[in-house]
Design a protein around this ligand. Structure first.
Ligand code: 5GP
Ligand code: ZN
Length: 114
């Protein structure tokens, strides 16, 4: 999609620090990390949010979750643990309207998420 920040990052038009890539997903460091380790995993196909997940194949959707685990391992979080977050829509304060998952870790996090 033309005016989408993450589509531009996937295309390489906006620079990012890549952690992992496969045919369905692209993962890179968040520009404003909220924890010591903070990555974003995005679906390569543009879908605005998780609510519109049926626009992706089961394979593409599963690839996102698998990529989260791979990225966590690549960031050295497999043993210590990590959190995967998806913000969907207004109440969740989603700012970029392209499906993405936050992989957070590297420190002890709050027990409550809201
Ligand atoms: P959301 O709030 O939509 O769940 O998450 C969007 C995330 O994208 C935020 O954590 C924000 O820091 C990150 N972000 C926004 N613009 C850029 C950018 O240009 N590059 C990178 N690497 N991350 C970005
Ligand atoms: Zn997009």
């Amino acid at each position: 999609m033309e005016d989408c920040l993450f589509c531009k990052i996937i295309a390489g038009d906006i620079p990012s620090t890549m952690i992992y890539e496969d045919e369905d997903t692209y993962a890179f460091y968040d520009i404003h990390p909220q924890t010591k380790a903070h990555a974003l995993v995005v679906s390569k196909r543009h879908v605005p949010d998780l609510e519109r997940n049926t626009a992706l194949t089961d394979h593409e959707l599963a690839a996102c979750l698998r990529a989260c685990a791979t990225v966590a391992r690549l960031m050295g979080l497999a043993q210590s643990g990590y959190r995967v977050v998806n913000n969907c829509g207004e109440d969740a304060c989603q700012t970029v309207k392209h499906l993405h998952f936050h992989v957070l870790g590297g420190q002890k996090m709050a027990e409550r998420m809201a």
